[in-house]
Design a protein around this ligand. Structure first.
Ligand code: 6FA
Length: 540
């Protein structure tokens, strides 16, 4: 105490930042509100069948679907009303770990990035060097439970899709499919926790405090003096100070970073007034004359997604993942424990595809698909064989024009205020057309049957009556967008407008939805972001 840099949060953004700042010799404090996840980082939560190993729920890819089935899901943030990980690694400890190297479009001026960000290749290369993608995660190099990939490939082959290794050509996203790629290493979840965290935590100039929640930044006008936490053993009123030229980097995620800003008097006045009325948070606000009015929470997007459920006689639905925690198939469990090979080395997805689509507004939108055994829900009038079910999730990505707004309610729970899916009807039209195009050839794949929606429901009706929350892909970006003064929250250095030394490096600064599931793009963004922070003069 005090610190040169205080990093708030250890998700896809925060761990990259913590590692690079400590590598540069800065005195760094990393604060995380959750506890350990992977076994290699001190986690211990495991099913009976893994007792005697150091493998946890978070390590084993094949346990991914149980994140949504557990009776004690302590890893979810309880004060965010969408899924968000409050644990070491944030979303990367609990997600499906689909991992894509970013295409150039993910950092293009056309997609809202400052010009100075366009040359992302050196940073993406740094990410690849630390965390290479794999589309064959089992340690024996074989792929397991691949019937769904074969069936989906048969469908796409009728539509002139090319079969490629997706991460070999990140810019090719039109009519391509390939095996699902993951941020796994040695048959286990890796992401930033098994890589960046492991090097960061070993440095004597870095201090890590878990189970510590940052409530607000402490500031005098635009100058940040430190952060206030819920732990009064760390300093008077829980406040931890910065060195005179010190800086704070917020990496608490697309919902929690905005909440910290609101609680610090930064954001739209309606949100800060909610804080003001809260008996605990209100007194910590700076005087109204120091409030900084920025569009925090606006411009939010997430991929709208629709599930299509099929059956095919070749598919092994793997009991819809319902047995993997309590009663895994014995030979698969034994194989995984022995050398981290087999079915448990994969998360549930098996194949991904992309295509570009035109809309009547003249804009191009990209459609992504993810195919996996099992289904979240089946609604059908058909008799069907439950052991043969598979899902293709279709989502719209780069090019979507719909935007929402997130904020806080009176309990200070972070939540969507305006849901971001299909606020532009053209997004919905394009997704419907993409689904129809995909389904044209179902009849040409022997044995393939669409069961949800069934033949009593049109695609238009299915999409139009889809439960809104079901459209959620958990890929939130944009709540603290990077961009020009007046319309954005952070500048090209990731510095919050109106402040001297407050930075944000997490999903919230990404202005438009990336091409793929985002944690690869977020980590590459963090590599570039932290390099910019270190290069910006005036710091410690
Ligand atoms: N992304 C992918 O790329 N591939 C996937 O397969 C994928 N699947 C999922 C998924 O299945 C689920 C259920 C969810 C929720 C997300 C998925 N994502 C996937 C999205 C991806 O995980 C997120 O986009 C990514 O993790 C976001 O990275 P960020 O760095 O922006 O934020 P995180 O939420 O990861 O981390 C925030 C951290 O801050 C957490 O560790 C949290 O505990 C901590 N924190 C929050 N508030 C704090 C506070 N006040 N004080 C201290 N720490 C705080």
């Amino acid at each position: 105490i005090p610190y040169d840099y205080i990093v708030v949060g250890t998700g896809a953004g925060g761990l990259v930042v913590a590692d690079r700042l400590s590598e540069a010799g800065k005195k760094v404090l990393v604060l995380e509100r959750g506890g350990p996840s992977l076994g290699s980082a001190g986690g211990t939560y495991q099913p009976a069948w893994l007792q005697g190993t150091s493998l946890t729920k978070f390590d084993v890819p094949g346990l991914f679907e149980t994140m949504f089935q557990d009776s004690n899901p302590f890893w979810w943030c309880k004060d965010v009303n969408v899924f968000a990980g409050c644990i070491l690694g944030g979303g990367t400890a609990i997600n499906g770990a689909l991992y894509w190297y970013p295409p150039d479009s993910d950092f293009s001026v056309a997609n809202g990035w400052p010009k100075s960000w366009a040359n992302h290749h050196p940073y993406t290369a740094k990410l690849k060097a630390r965390l290479p993608a794999t589309d064959h995660p089992s340690t024996d190099g074989k792929r397991y439970l691949m019937q769904v990939a074969d069936v989906t490939a048969a469908l796409l082959n009728k539509q002139n899709y090319a079969n490629i290794t997706i991460n070999d050509v990140p810019d090719w996203k039109d009519h391509v499919y390939g095996y699902s790629a993951f941020s796994f290493i040695d048959g286990k979840r890796a992401g930033p926790i098994a890589t960046y965290y492991q090097t960061a935590i070993k440095r004597p100039n870095l201090t890590y405090k878990q189970y510590t929640t940052v409530l607000n930044v402490v500031r005098d006008g635009g100058k940040i003096l430190g952060v206030r936490t819920n732990d009064t053993s760390l300093g008077p009123d829980g406040v931890i100070p910065l060195t005179p030229k010190g800086r704070v980097v917020l990496a608490a995620g697309a919902y929690s970073t905005p909440r910290i800003l609101f609680r610090s008097g930064i954001g739209p006045t309606d949100m800060i007034n909610i804080v003001k009325n809260d008996p605990a948070a209100g007194p910590a606000l700076p005087p109204e004359s120091q409030w900084i009015n920025l569009p925090v929470g606006d411009n939010v997007s997430d991929n709208p997604s629709i599930n299509l459920v099929f059956t095919h006689p070749s598919v092994d639905a793997y009991d819809n993942w319902a047995q993997v925690w309590t009663a895994p198939r014995p030979s698969d469990a034994a194989q995984y424990i022995k050398d981290q090979s087999g079915i448990f080395a994969h998360a549930s997805p098996r194949l991904n595809f992309w295509r570009a689509m035109g809309g009547r507004d003249g804009k191009t939108r990209w459609l992504q698909g993810t195919a996996r055994p099992g289904a979240a829900s089946v609604t059908t009038s058909y008799p069907y064989n439950v052991s043969n079910i598979m899902t293709i999730t279709t989502y719209l990505s780069t090019g979507i024009t719909s935007r929402g707004r997130i904020g806080i309610d009176a309990a200070l729970t972070a939540r969507p205020l305006v849901e971001p899916w299909f606020t532009d009807p053209v997004d919905k039209e394009v997704l419907i057309q993409g689904i129809k195009d995909l389904l044209v050839n179902v009849k040409d794949v022997p044995g393939l049957t669409l069961i949800t929606p069934d033949n009593t429901t049109t695609i238009d009706d299915y999409v139009n009556s889809y439960p809104t929350g079901g459209l959620n892909s958990n890929h939130w970006v944009g709540s603290c967008s990077i961009g020009a003064k007046g319309s954005a929250v952070v500048d090209e250095w990731t510095k919050v407008y109106g402040t001297d030394n407050l930075f944000i490096i997490d999903a919230s600064i990404i202005p438009t939805i990336p091409m793929g599931n985002p944690h690869g793009t977020i980590m590459a963004m963090a590599e570039q972001g932290v390099a910019k922070v270190l290069a910006l003069s005036g710091g410690p």
